[in-house]
Ligand binder design. Structure first.
Ligand SMILES: [Zn+2]
Length: 252
């Protein structure tokens, strides 16, 4: 088992990416139901945003954003960002340095601690990932597709992002084949994964290849019990987006 834990919630099919207005509606619903902080929330003033240099930008709106080709984080009103990056890579991150201080609902279950006082120490990032193409996450916990994926006519679709500064640290799968222009959909492909909690092998249909995902990055704070997305959060996401989802837990 790796030392840091991350959970992916991925729509079916992985080619799904919400339009900017739908993504905005999702964030509004997440705020209303206590999963992320709104820009005017009183708890923002109590969080230090000092755990990483990337976090400074989150002080104002509660989140920061990153994209390919830029080392630093940046921020702007979300409606503006989602419109400007509608066809580009974008990561939106709400850093939660203290679950207790934030007053938020923990996005996974069960809670990764037993003593309620430990909520103060519990930290994570609530991330939204938007890909121009498919973000193709692989790790010790999830293998690449074998054989390497191609379009229907057999052209390879895997490529690397144009810059080493990639917040996703991932290869990409072309949403449209660069040679013939046909749409690529990884839904029927199966990747081999390893369950970080039990060590058991499992098959992950669609792999961790997506144009949109909700990712909870637990860092080193994940406790001894297997974590899954909170059913209430998962239902909310599925309702607002109008899609089904699947989960990929990962260690790195
Ligand atoms: Zn092709």
């Amino acid at each position: 088992m790796g030392v840091e834990h991350r959970c992916y919630l991925i729509p079916k099919p992985g080619t799904f990416r919400p339009r900017p207005d739908t993504a905005l509606a999702l964030v509004a619903a997440l705020r209303d139901d206590g999963w992320v902080l709104a820009p005017d929330h009183a708890a923002l003033a109590k969080l230090s945003f000092a755990s990483s240099t990337l976090y400074k930008r989150a002080r104002r709106h509660g989140y920061f954003t990153r994209t390919v080709g830029q080392r630093a984080s940046f921020t702007a009103p979300l409606a503006e960002l989602l419109a400007n990056f509608a066809e580009r890579d974008l990561m939106v991150v709400w850093p939660v340095e203290s679950l207790g201080v934030s007053g938020l609902r923990y996005p996974l279950e069960p809670l990764p601690f037993d003593d309620p006082a430990d909520a103060a120490e519990c930290y994570y990032e609530f991330q939204l990932h938007f890909g121009r193409d498919l973000i193709y996450h692989t790790s010790e916990g999830i293998d690449p597709f074998e054989p390497p994926p191609t379009c229907d006519r057999g052209h390879p679709v895997t490529f690397e992002p144009e810059s080493d500064f990639d917040p996703f640290f991932a290869s990409r799968l072309a949403a449209r084949c660069p040679k013939c222009g046909s749409e690529f959909d990884p839904s029927q492909l199966v990747a081999t994964g390893r369950d970080g909690w039990t060590g058991g092998r499992r098959e992950v249909q669609g792999g961790a290849a997506y144009r949109f995902a909700i990712v909870i990055d637990c860092g080193k704070f994940f406790g001894p019990r297997p974590l899954r997305f909170h059913p209430r959060l998962r239902r909310l996401v599925e309702q607002v987006l109008g899609v089904e989802t699947y989960e990929v837990p990962d260690f790195y």
